[in-house]
Write a protein that binds this ligand. Sequence first.
Ligand SMILES: NC(=O)c1ccc[n+]([C@@H]2O[C@H](COP(=O)([O-])OP(=O)(O)OC[C@H]3O[C@@H](n4cnc5c(N)ncnc54)[C@H](OP(=O)(O)O)[C@@H]3O)[C@@H](O)[C@H]2O)c1
Length: 258
Amino acid sequence: MIEKRRLGPVVGLGTWRTFDGDADLARDVVGAAFDAGVRLFDSSPMYGGAERSLGTALGERRDEATVATKIWSESLQAGRAQYTDQVDWFGRVEIEQIHNLAAWQEQLEWLEEERAAGRIDRLGVTHYAPSAFGELAKALRTKRFDTVQLPHNPRERDCERELLPLAAELGLAVIVMRPLGEGSLLRRLPSAEALAPLRDFGVETWPQALLKWVLSDERIDVAIPATTSAAHARENAAAGSPPWFGPDERQLVEELAA
Ligand SMILES: NC(=O)c1ccc[n+]([C@@H]2O[C@H](COP(=O)([O-])OP(=O)(O)OC[C@H]3O[C@@H](n4cnc5c(N)ncnc54)[C@H](OP(=O)(O)O)[C@@H]3O)[C@@H](O)[C@H]2O)c1
């Protein structure tokens, strides 16, 4: 296994339910994110045509990007076919994750061979449901993974019980999905006055406050908000740099999100 290195703290870009097979939209959103400093892009065979669109959108800047995508199948044959497509679209995959723990013990065997041969940098595993966190912890305890992807935001904190401490103990890089609660945390926006104490931390907007809340936990490396908007991609990327929140600012965000 490669030596564990941190990936962040940084803002990445998620691609679920965003540009799908729309290569023009992908070029806009990925281009805006890239120009704003985003380098890690998360995708999956489950996200329609998102992987192919992402590959096209990265274009000549591909070498500067970190592609984090996934293998999502109960079948070894289908899993390998997904990987073949990814190599076509991306040239190689920096972070290959087993999506939703699908056949993880079986898929891990051949993925480890790819990592040992240097064709994949890191192997990860993901799940979105707290009911699967026991199995996710079991997978991490094998010490065969380098990264874990899980949901975390002020209203979804189940990972704090076992997974975040375990990831820290094992030196795993943590990638956070759903940092904006799939948009549910954005339905009611706090006033500018309520956000004023966060301004010295570079926070101008509520999505930035939520992203900075995630990244201010030192056990977390990357937050991957998804967006269909170039302007939102720029806004989100701006939350990926210090200064980070302390306990008071984190608590304020939790209260505003409650
Ligand atoms: N949700 C899951 O179960 C799951 C599972 C596995 C992996 N993931 C990965 O995690 C990524 C992120 O999770 P997610 O997509 O579920 O949810 P999310 O990133 O928490 O929220 C996405 C929603 O937030 C909105 N948004 C983003 N930035 C905004 C901004 N600055 N201002 C206003 N609205 C904004 C987007 O709408 P606009 O398009 O209008 O910006 C979209 O509706 C996924 O794309 C995927 O790569 C998710």
